[in-house]
Design a binder for this molecule. Structure first.
Ligand SMILES: Nc1ncnc2c1ncn2[C@@H]1O[C@H](COP(=O)(O)OP(=O)(O)OP(=O)(O)O)[C@@H](O)[C@H]1O
Ligand SMILES: [Mg+2]
Length: 291
């Protein structure tokens, strides 16, 4: 497996994959790759937390294994499950042939009937994988404690099969939108990096990497307007994803200028809340002025 030797190598590889990482993020990822430390990425909505894991896996030819967290997620959905339906069919077949000996029953809890879920998959794949544990803040406390255990030794015990251990651990990236505080124990295990909104120049660069055909002039205008939007007291301030969407939408409609009319027509690409829409519409002229 080829490794980036330095932070600038890694930054360059990510850029080739379409992701612009700043120095702090690239450093955290380099350490994660080399010293096998999980990275915890927190940040605003739509600033590239999930994307960086995808691109990292892509540029190093690793498998991306994604564990999407949600309220109520439990260990079955994260580790493994028995394929009940197939087990039932097997039992039917066995009883028809009346060969339900002890060995055949044991086989019912063997690898053939095991459904791998992301964590088991990642332990098996080891260093060949990037494990993305996305939106960990949505899972509950208990699940977080369980994850901590898995992350600390990368081994999983399945009573019927035995212990499965990663020879070399996968690269782990956790993301959180801070809808709740994570425990200190989890934070301590990880390298922490906060992804904030990029500067205007940087954001324009990101848009142009993602939409290489877009007009640079229009992009700069949109970025400036988005930065003004972020200064308003919005319930859902636009992320980088929305900036890209807005440029894409304007380009599609053939707008070359961000006039108040063009902005009004396309606000749905960037504002995703009704009260926010009202507030923004009151300020449209100002938002697009000099944009
Ligand atoms: N630094 C960046 N370089 C390249 N693209 C970026 C960057 N930051 C954001 N993007 C773009 O923004 C989009 C949204 O990013 P992503 O889905 O990773 O955000 P997120 O932080 O995970 O958001 P959420 O909190 O909503 O899950 C990506 O598809 C990507 O196109
Ligand atoms: Mg995300």
């Amino acid at each position: 497996m080829d490794y980036p030797g330095t932070v600038s190598d890694l930054t360059e590889r990510l850029r080739e994959g379409g992701y612009l990482a700043d120095r702090g993020l690239a450093t955290a990822l380099l350490v994660a790759l080399s010293l096998h430390r999980p990275v915890l990425l927190e940040g605003e909505v739509g600033v590239g937390k999930t994307e960086v894991a995808k691109v990292l896996a892509g540029v190093f030819g690793r498998r991306l294994i994604r564990l999407q967290c949600y309220e109520g997620i439990d260990t079955n959905q994260a580790l493994y499950e028995w394929d009940y339906a197939r087990q039932m069919l097997q039992i039917r077949a066995l009883s028809e042939r009346q060969v339900a000996d002890a060995q055949a029953v044991d086989k019912l809890f063997g690898p053939r009937f095991l459904l791998e879920r992301p964590l088991l998959e990642a332990v098996r794949a080891g260093a060949g994988a990037v494990l993305l544990i996305d939106e960990i803040d949505r899972a509950d406390d208990e699940f977080e404690a369980f994850l901590l255990e898995v992350l600390s030794d990368f081994q999983i015990s399945i009573p019927e099969i035995g212990t499965i251990r990663a020879e070399s651990p996968p690269t782990v990236i956790l993301t959180s939108n801070r809808t709740r505080e994570l425990h200190d124990a989890l934070r301590r295990r990880c390298l922490y990096h906060w992804i904030g909104y990029p500067t205007a120049d940087r954001e324009a660069e990101i848009v142009l990497v993602r939409e290489p055909g877009a007009s640079e002039q229009l992009t700069r205008k949109v970025v400036r307007a988005v930065h003004r939007l972020r200064e308003l007291d919005l319930a859902k301030p636009p992320g980088v994803a929305e900036t890209i969407d807005w440029v894409r939408t304007l380009e599609f409609l053939g707008s070359t200028e961000l006039t108040p009319q063009a902005a009004d027509d396309t606000l749905g690409a960037v504002i995703k809340d009704r009260d926010d829409l009202d507030l923004v519409r009151e300020n449209l002229a100002e938002l697009t002025s000099g944009a």
